[in-house]
Design a protein around this ligand. Structure first.
Ligand SMILES: Cc1cc2nc3c(=O)[nH]c(=O)nc-3n(C[C@H](O)[C@H](O)[C@H](O)COP(=O)(O)OP(=O)(O)OC[C@H]3O[C@@H](n4cnc5c(N)ncnc54)[C@H](O)[C@@H]3O)c2cc1C
Length: 417
């Protein structure tokens, strides 16, 4: 029997999985490679970091997801390079030859060259960081109960979040609610007037990618929860005692969460003109490398321009890119041309705590409880698997009715920092 064309997909995130699904009924052999054996639903990482969700509610084993796709093989390995000329993907486990390559390797936290920040703060990009943050936060409360020194105690009980985009807003809102409604029942020896959440943003408003009115609503909602918001200040440095701002002001803290930006990460050896802002790979209207039409780049890793702007790093962009690639490869196998990729923007949203969210769907702007219900619906739609949807829905309902974050476990060594 003739050998089928081999498609290698790097990354089992939103884009990689969508491409894999798109190729399920196409006459190709697919190998999906990821360093993790699970697909991670990153938009809910902040709920793991704030004790609401168990990690297994937002992560699903890749082998389980693809087990009904007989043409898909899974390789758990680190992709260390791509030989474009020889059409080979080099991984920590083996080398894979390909006929088509799909790069869906996503992005990593961008510290913008601030080495102190990289070493002394935690990003919110993967499960280990989310679990580390949960342990760090609860560990600070444990140590604060034992600390007589008032300055040290205040430092332990101040939680700084850098970057007021959706992740920073969602995480600081969730932590503020944890502090206001849940932890006072656990830590009776702590004076909660000493506890604070500080959100620092270099720009002049929170949620800069949303309409100004929604940004203001989110800002007021966070302030009502007790979050101190510092706008127009960037982080000059991070040291053992906390953050130094460009104004010279210090924020004394033991916990710095860095949500100020991400940049693309790919195993492709590309520099200079081949890359756009945030190291995203420039692609053709068909999501290919112009020099190698058999190589597709999608999702956060790709810089795709539409209507004069590069598409944002969002899950729907990656999913639609993955679906497109599935169809494009199927078309090429039949020697047909595929139309250029076109992204359909279905809107963006962010939660601002329990029962409140802002959503922007074209010209329609929604906030409050209605926004939150839309947010719930959309997230349930995108979560992988019935069990995960049920677990998430149960946890949100539990938190809504009982103001409780049940997963308050310190299980990581990182609470010793
Ligand atoms: C905290 C947080 C909140 C977010 N909230 C939202 C939101 O509310 N709405 C929204 O639309 N988007 C949100 N996003 C953005 C969204 O998650 C990304 O845009 C989306 O995940 C991009 O999909 P992707 O397929 O390009 O990459 P990813 O989903 O990041 O997948 C990349 C995969 O590649 C693997 N990988 C990378 N490099 C290698 C390598 N060298 N070897 C092996 N495997 C590798 C990774 O392990 C990962 O599984 C959020 C992101 C974060 C971090």
């Amino acid at each position: 029997m003739a050998k089928l064309p081999h498609v290698v997909i790097v990354g089992a995130g939103f884009g990689g999985l969508a491409a894999t699904r798109g190729l399920r009924r196409v006459d190709v052999d697919v190998t999906i490679v990821d360093r993790n054996n699970y697909h991670l639903f990153q938009p809910l990482l902040y709920q793991v970091a704030s004790g609401l969700l168990d990690p297994s509610a937002i992560a699903s084993p890749v082998r389980t997801i693809v087990r009904r796709s007989p043409n898909v093989d899974v390789l758990r390995a680190e992709v260390t390079g791509v030989d474009l000329a020889q059409r080979r993907v080099i991984t920590s486990a083996e080398t894979l030859d390909y006929d088509y390559l799909v790069i869906a390797s996503g992005s990593e936290t961008d510290y913008f060259g601030n080495e102190d920040a990289r070493q002394r703060s935690t990003g919110l990009k993967d499960l280990s960081e989310a679990l580390g943050l949960r342990s760090q936060l609860l560990g600070c409360f444990e140590r604060a109960t034992l600390t007589a020194d008032a300055d040290a105690r205040r430092r332990l009980l101040t939680f700084a979040v850098v970057g007021a985009g959706p992740t920073g807003v969602e995480y600081s809102g969730a932590v503020a609610e944890l502090i206001k409604h849940v932890l006072p029942k656990d830590y009776r020896r702590i004076d909660f007037t000493e506890v604070s959440v500080v959100l620092i943003e270099a720009g002049d408003r929170v949620l800069a990618t949303f309409a100004p009115r929604l940004g203001r609503l989110a800002e007021r909602s966070l302030q009502r929860k007790g979050v101190r918001i510092i706008l127009g200040r960037s982080v000059r440095g991070v040291d053992d005692q906390g953050i130094v701002l460009d104004s010279g002001e210090r924020v004394e803290t033991s916990t710095v969460v860095w949500t100020a930006g991400v940049r693309a990460t790919t195993p492709l050896d590309l520099e200079g003109d081949a890359l756009a802002r945030s190291r995203r790979v420039k692609v053709t209207p068909e999501l290919n490398l112009s020099s190698h039409p058999e190589v597709f780049v999608i999702g956060d890793a790709a810089a795709f321009e539409q209507a004069g702007a590069v598409l944002p790093m969002l899950a729907p962009v990656a999913i639609q890119g993955g679906k497109y690639v599935g169809k494009a490869i199927a078309a090429r196998l039949k020697a047909q041309e595929s139309p250029p990729f076109h992204y359909h923007d279905k809107g963006t949203m962010a939660t601002v705590g329990r029962g409140a969210a802002v959503a922007q769907i074209g010209p329609i702007h929604i906030d409050g409880l209605v926004g939150w219900f839309i947010w719930i619906f959309v997230h349930l739609l995108y979560l992988v698997g019935f069990r995960n949807r049920a677990l998430a829905l149960w946890s949100w309902a539990w938190n809504y009715f009982f103001w409780d974050r049940p997963v308050r476990l310190i299980i990581s060594a990182s609470d010793d920092r």
